[in-house]
Design a protein around this ligand. Structure first.
Ligand SMILES: Nc1nc2c(c(=O)[nH]1)N[C@H]1C(S)=C(S)[C@@H](COP(=O)(O)O)O[C@H]1N2
Ligand SMILES: [Mo]
Length: 329
């Protein structure tokens, strides 16, 4: 059975953007089990696919195949409260081929560098000033929290943006479970040990690994802040921060730490990765704000990694209704 029939069409935005002729050919190839030859290029020519289209179809199919075998927790039901009406969904393949993940690269082609990175047996520690510190493996996480899917805007400080469906659950639900103590004022998100991103790049001495980000306890309690284990209806591909990451959609993307090893409740504001390296350029709050230029570029507009179209940047990335009150003081 062709995999495109196994899910409702809204869960396959990448496919919807794929030209129908390419999709049709891809489906045929998949059905006949000829994908390997397609990748090798021989069949692509025979089928009349351009090299680029064949490559794109093959890459997307590979991602989906891995994901499909992945997890009993996917796909999760879409939470219809989180609508994004003014812009299109970003093409899945485009989003998964343009990533920031400094443990692996200072460039965007992370997808090709994560192949040998083994994330099996991953554990997430939730610790610090909480009454019930807990370590979750990914199976326990899925059993402990009902996953839902939310369509969110996502905006990098570098001006690129995307609109993608994330799967996971509100951070607040994790907090309710581990029970932060009165002294917990900040939540610290610690990514995996960067030395495990082997064979990729040499870190410079100025980089304060591991990657650390943090929120105030009030920000962390906001319903929008999400612990994310999936994207486009399947488990996160490694380049998107598998197997578990944070998503804070009203802040610039660097606040949304990837591949988390530890979430820690602390009493004072932790030093975080980018503000430590370049304090003049990256502040702790990092709320999306078109009126506040980065010292080296304007933030008034942004461009979509799928369509490349430019549009106005929205204050709080379009989430002002839900979060502006956090910053009233
Ligand atoms: N551990 C870690 N988390 C990280 C980063 C990183 O380099 N390392 N980059 C951040 C930045 S700058 C952005 S824009 C987003 C990118 O997420 P994406 O590649 O899934 O779109 O991840 C954020 N989280
Ligand atoms: Mo970013």
């Amino acid at each position: 059975m062709p995999i495109i029939h196994r899910r409702p069409s809204w869960q396959l935005p990448g496919l919807r953007e794929t030209p129908p002729d390419v999709l049709e050919q891809w489906t045929k190839v998949n059905r006949r089990g000829l994908l390997r030859s397609l990748v090798a290029g021989g069949a692509a020519a025979a089928l009349g696919l351009s090299g680029e289209a064949a490559h794109a179809a093959a890459a997307l199919f590979q991602d989906k195949k891995k994901a499909d075998s992945g997890s009993p927790f996917f796909p999760a039901e879409r939470n219809a409260e989180f609508r994004v009406d003014e812009r299109p969904l970003t093409d899945e393949l485009a989003a998964s081929r343009f990533n920031n993940f400094y443990e692996f690269s200072t460039g965007k082609r992370v997808a090709s560098l994560v192949k040998d990175w083994d994330i099996s047996g991953w554990k997430l520690d939730v610790a610090g000033l909480v009454n019930e510190p807990t370590t979750f493996d990914m199976d326990e996480l899925g059993k402990a929290f009902a996953y839902e899917e939310r369509l969110y805007r996502f905006r990098c400080v570098e001006t690129w943006a995307m609109t993608v469906p994330w799967t996971g659950f509100p951070l607040k639900k994790l907090m309710d479970r581990v029970k932060p103590q009165a002294g917990a004022k900040f939540v610290k998100f610690v990514s995996f040990d960067h030395k495990k991103a082997k064979g990729t790049r040499r870190a410079t001495a100025s980089e304060p690994w591991p990657y650390v980000e943090a929120l105030t306890i009030e920000e962390a309690s906001n319903d929008l802040a999400m612990i994310v284990t999936g994207i486009y209806g399947h488990p996160l591909p490694k380049q998107h921060g598998a197997p578990v990451r944070l998503i804070v959609p009203w802040k610039y993307g660097f606040k949304s730490g990837k591949s988390l090893a530890r979430i820690e409740f602390v009493s004072s504001r932790p030093a975080t990765f980018w503000p430590t390296i370049i304090p003049a350029e990256y502040d702790f709050l990092a709320n999306v704000n078109p009126a506040k230029p980065h010292p080296r570029w304007s933030q008034a507009t942004e461009w979509d990694v799928g369509t490349k179209a430019r549009r106005q940047t929205l204050p709080f990335n379009g989430y002002g209704d839900l979060v502006a009150s956090l910053y009233a003081g």
